[in-house]
Structures are given as C-alpha cells and as structure tokens.
Design a protein around this ligand. Structure first.
Ligand SMILES: Cc1ncc(COP(=O)(O)O)c(C=O)c1O
Length: 493
C-alpha cells in the first residue's frame, strides 16, 4: 500500500530548506514515527516524484541523502529499502496522537473539585427562551455608551497602559481611590486606597482572603445554608466547616456563641446584608451581638456584601466593617452586580498589611487586572454616572420585586412559600414537599423556562427544596410570563 506521501510530506515553497532536504527530512520523520517500518521498500524515484509533484532529480537527491545518512539502502534491480535493522520505535497507527488522554495517571492526586453546574443545566438558549437567573442585574440598563466612549478615548491616546504596567498591582490606583471614596460615601467606611484592592469580582476576593488565612485543618464557620461557592473555596483549602443556622433575623448569633465555646475557630464567613441564598437581612440586635463575638473570640471575618446597593425598604444597613472591629473584618464587594456578570471587577477592603499580602497573592494567579475597564469605571464613579445608574436601577428593581412577589404570592401559595426580602436581586422560593424541585427544574425547559438560580435540593441541602429566583434582570412582561409558565409547570407536575 502506498502511503499518502503528498500529505505526509508537506513541501513549502519558498523555504530556506532545499526541496530535496524537505523530502528526506519528511521521510526520516515517517521512519522515526514508525509509519514506514524497517525493511519497507520506498516507491521508485519516478513514482515518488509524481506523488509529491516534484522533479525526479529532486527525489533522487533526497534518496541519496537518506542513503548517505544510513536510513535507506539501494538494492540492485529492486529499489530503495529502509534499512531492516534500524533500532526504531514500534509501528503506530495513523490515528492522530492524543497527548491529552481523558484520565492521566496523576488524576487521583489532583484536587477533586465538585461540578458547580447543575446537571441538565444548558448554557445555550434560543431567543424565545425565558431564563430566570440567580439575581443578576438587567444589562439593558448598563451605561454601555459611557463605557464605549471612555474606551474609545483611551484607545485614541495610543498606549495609555504603558504608564500603568509596572505599578498598580492591586488594581488601577485611580479605581482604588475612586472606589475608596464610593465606599466611604455609600457604606460609612473611612478608608483610603491602600486599604482597598481591586479583584476580578467578589469571588476572587473571597478566594484570596481564604488562601491567606486558612491552613488545612482550620475550623471555619459559615451559615446554614450558605453561598455554596464559598463553601467550596474553604473546603478546597482543607478547612473543617461548621454551620450556624440562618433564620428570619440572619445568622443565629446565640448558636454561634455556643459553637465558639467548643473550640478554636479561624474564620467566620458572613453575608449580613442580603444573605445568599436566603436573601435575609441580619437584624441590628444580631449585628451588635456578632461584632461583640468577633472581638471577644478574636475571629477573622469575611463580610461578603456582594449586592449592597440594592436595598428597597429603607436606606441600606451599614456593613459590620463600618463599625469598630480592630481590623479583623475583611470586607468584600463587587461591581458585577451593578453592571452585569461580564464586568469582572470587585474589591477587598482590609487592614493595610492584609491588603499588601493579598496583592502579592493575586499576582500569582493574575498579573494585573483589566486596566482599560478599571479606568473607565473609575471615571464613571468620579463623574457621578455610576451613582445615577444605581439610583435608576434600584427604582426599577424595587418595582420588579413587588411585581414578582405579588404574582407568586397571589398565584402559587399552595406550592411556594417565601418571605419578601428587604433588598437584593432574587427571591428565595421554598417549594412545598409535594413539588420536588428536581422535578420542576427538569420539566420547566420543555415550556422554554430555564430556572438557573442556585437550587438547594440535593445532598445535605435536600430539605430546603428551594430556589433563588432572580427578578432584577427581567422586565415586567417577561417576569409575568416566567411566573405564569412556572405555575403551568407546577400544575402539570
Ligand atoms: C454571595 C455571593 N458572593 C460572591 C459572589 C461572586 O460575585 P462576583 O460575580 O463579583 O465574583 C456571588 C455571585 O453571585 C454571590 O452570590
């Protein structure tokens, strides 16, 4: 059988290598790879010339070269044969090599990470599909034109980034300082830029803080239920997780106090403002109690305040970090919940030395942030555009929350229980026992409804049978449609 030499030996013209060398090198590779085995006769020089569409003289030169190198030998009246006793590799098949097998031998030693996407969740939807998310902003409201204008201006400047490259490792200094001002005004903090670093979203901020503080075997306290992605971070670092229940006033601080008596605890992770997943806002009494416990037990605390700005009942409640806490609280927030999931910018606020270490740690995984985006965002903070965007979005989201809450309470009281939250971007819907969430989630897509919010119904969460229903990103008609469709799914389940 003649091999497809024309594809196996590609000839480049022009090339710095003469064609006869390209042919002889190509043949050597085929012999080395075992595709031409020792003892095999090569096609005659005329046939090979035709196969490769080259001059016969070139083939003769290539074969002479191979013979001179000891790869082939000329047998009188028989032709050219690959030397039979070449010490070469076993023959291989023509299947393309797969250097990345599914399960390399190292696999058992790798960190076993859980799949974070719900089985059956799809990532591609068609135009008319309705997607209810976890509580994301409506990107139709995002001030894209302002971003566009600022981007364009920066690109027109040529290489504005040059000035940024070797400094500003904790995020563009301009954004660090504008963010510090923004947080001072909106959250009662009293910080300057060296107490704040920029991250790619709150998620990275939680990860970095955990990496700095947690060592394998450390006891870490979280709420029950908890933001599952934070659980996974702590567990991946070898933490032993202890869970304190959340009720209508937030984390039960009496239970926390009792737990703290039982041993030594390294870190407490709390989400006091709009708890994830339950949406509960922690009461003032519990906040005071919590602050006392933090001081008394010298706890390190991550305060995750991922969607602070959207509070509807009254003014937002100031974060724990705005009170006196001896630098033990690391305050984490995000711009992604203001602008949209693809704007990956968040921040971490902490004591200066913690911020310095966090900046060094960040560089191990991400040399620097997206300075173009960070610069544009800083300008939008400075010129008040971000503030106006928040004000406008907040009004719209408050109306959407009322609409969603009213419709669900009015049409589905037999199937769903929930408490209207004081803020945030999602409702925490508890489905009654007769309506197992696994069934609802599986059936909804057949009616073009995709419920993609965090769902707590499996494993240690199986008693919750609850789902986050993001209302903020859906205009009124889509919200109505989603809830009517959900009612139909429930009725048919
Ligand atoms: C409680 C909580 N913390 C952190 C994050 C991560 O936020 P980001 O998108 O800014 O990384 C989320 C995302 O939904 C969240 O719900």
């Amino acid at each position: 059988m003649t091999l497809p030499f024309n594809t196996l030996i590609p000839i480049e013209r022009p090339s710095h290598l003469p064609v006869y060398i390209q042919v002889s090198n190509g043949l050597v590779n085929l012999i080395r790879d075992g595709k031409i085995t020792p003892g095999t006769f090569l096609p005659g020089t005329r046939e090979m010339a035709e196969l490769l569409s080259i001059h016969r003289k070139t083939t003769i030169n290539a074969y002479d070269e191979l013979a001179a190198q000891g790869w082939i030998e000329a047998l009188p009246r028989k032709g050219f044969r690959v030397v039979p006793d070449l010490p070469i590799v076993k023959p291989r098949t023509f299947k393309p090599k797969n250097n990345f097998p599914a399960a390399p031998a190292i696999l058992p030693e790798l960190l076993a990470l859980p799949a974070l996407v719900r089985p059956g969740a799809v990532s591609a939807y068609s135009e008319d599909d309705l997607v209810v998310d976890d509580g994301f902003p409506d990107t139709q409201l995002t001030p894209y034109s302002s971003f566009l204008q600022l981007y364009r201006q920066q690109l027109q400047l040529g290489q504005p980034q040059k000035a940024w490259l070797n400094k500003d490792e904790g995020g563009l200094m301009h954004l660090r300082s504008s963010s510090a001002g923004f947080l001072n005004q909106t959250r009662g903090l009293n910080i300057t830029e060296e107490r704040l670093m920029i991250t790619r979203g709150a998620q990275m901020a939680i990860y970095i803080t955990a990496a700095l503080l947690i060592r394998p075997g450390d006891n870490v306290i979280v709420s029950e239920p908890n933001y599952f992605m934070a659980d996974h971070i702590f567990q991946s670092m070898g933490a032993v997780i202890h869970r304190v229940p959340v009720d209508q006033e937030g984390m039960d601080t009496d239970r926390l106090a009792a737990l703290l008596q039982t041993g030594s605890f390294r870190l407490l992770y709390v989400i006091p403002h709009h708890h994830h997943p339950t949406t509960v806002t922690m009461s003032s009494a519990r906040r005071m109690h919590l602050l006392n416990l933090i001081k008394q037990h010298q706890l390190w605390v991550i305060e995750d305040d991922y969607d602070y700005d959207f509070h509807y009942r009254n003014n937002p409640i100031l974060p724990l970090a705005s009170a006196e806490h001896e630098g033990r609280i690391i305050y984490i927030g995000s711009y992604t919940k203001l602008l949209g999931p693809s704007f990956r910018i968040g921040y971490l606020v902490a004591a200066r030395q913690i911020v310095e270490q966090a900046i060094k740690y960040r560089r191990l995984m991400d040399i620097r942030g997206d300075f173009m985006m960070e610069s544009a965002l800083a300008t939008l903070i400075d010129n008040g555009a971000l503030g106006r965007h928040i004000k406008r979005s907040k009004k719209i989201y408050a109306t959407r929350m009322e609409l969603a809450a009213g419709l669900i309470a009015g049409t589905l009281p037999h199937a769903i229980h929930f408490n209207k939250p004081q803020g945030g971007m999602a409702l925490w819907l508890k489905f009654r026992e007769d309506y197992p969430l696994a069934r609802i989630l599986a059936k909804a897509p057949s009616r073009k409804l995709h419920l993609t919010g965090s769902a707590y119904f499996e494993g240690h969460n199986s008693d919750y049978n609850s789902l986050r229903f993001g209302f903020a990103s859906l205009p009124a008609d889509q919200l109505k449609n989603a809830i009517t469709t959900l009612a139909a799914v429930i009725a048919g389940s």
